[in-house]
Ligand binder design. Structure first.
Ligand SMILES: O=C(O)CCC(=O)C(=O)O
Ligand SMILES: [Fe+2]
Length: 225
């Protein structure tokens, strides 16, 4: 797969990444979408799609965009904490991690807090934490009741080479994701597949355009745009 990708041109992107995109032409700021020069997902992705769909979490997954990202330690590649767009892209973000292991770092910036649970049967002060408003407790109370602001929490997810990760639900909408530069030790290539949001899916306002893009995507005849 990597050999096939390397026969194609990699374009320099932000933060030392290189990229190859297979998807429609999008202006996220203006929420404008056009087919542009999109000709579908690449041929080699058909077999990946067939396999990933076998997992329950990816039931009915219809990828309409593929983005290949190339990270290298020489270029200091990374990706800053961010949410993926949710106007055009649907709930599940599927990433295949290739060539080397890395770590996905998840963080939150909202005011919510994490309440630590005491071990079953253990009588501790944490049992009283239900009485505390977790978004408004002061620092001393927070400590006493085992409440930690999410802004102080970092979740690191180890991604072995050849692993597939699906971000959905809170991991998609509440937690930002990032790849830090220090977690790129060797060349790493990540393939991300995205599905369409409800607006562009069956019954949505932009269903027609969505269906047209999907037909194109799933022809698997694409060249990078
Ligand atoms: O490289 C990764 O694993 C994440 C890529 C990503 O978050 C993105 O392309 O939006
Ligand atoms: Fe992302």
């Amino acid at each position: 797969m990597i050999q096939i990708m390397d026969q194609d041109k990699w374009r320099l992107s932000q933060s030392g990444r290189r990229k190859q995109d297979f998807g429609p032409k999008v202006n996220f700021k203006k929420q404008k979408l056009k087919v542009g020069s999109f000709t579908g997902l690449p041929n080699f992705s058909q077999v990946l799609w067939q396999r990933m769909k076998l997992h329950a979490v990816l039931e009915g997954f219809l990828p309409v965009e593929q983005c290949n990202l190339d990270y290298s330690s020489d270029r200091g590649s990374s990706i800053d904490p961010h949410f993926d767009d949710s106007w055009l892209w649907g709930e599940r973000l599927v990433s295949l991690n290739l060539l080397s292991d890395t770590v996905l770092t998840m963080t939150r910036e909202d005011a919510d807090s994490l309440q630590l649970m005491s071990a079953v049967g253990e009588e501790t002060e944490l049992h009283h934490a239900n009485d505390v408003n977790t978004t408004q407790c002061n620092a001393a109370d927070c400590k006493l009741y085992g409440i930690i602001p999410f802004s102080d929490v970092e979740v690191t997810i180890y991604l072995p080479q050849r692993s597939l990760v699906v971000l959905y639900s809170d991991a998609r909408y509440k937690w930002k994701h990032a790849i830090h530069r220090e977690n790129i030790r060797q060349r790493r290539v990540c393939i991300t597949f995205r599905e369409m949001s409800p607006e562009f899916s069956l019954g949505g306002k932009e269903e027609e355009l969505g269906q047209m893009l999907l037909k194109l995507a799933l022809s698997f005849q694409g060249k990078s745009v």
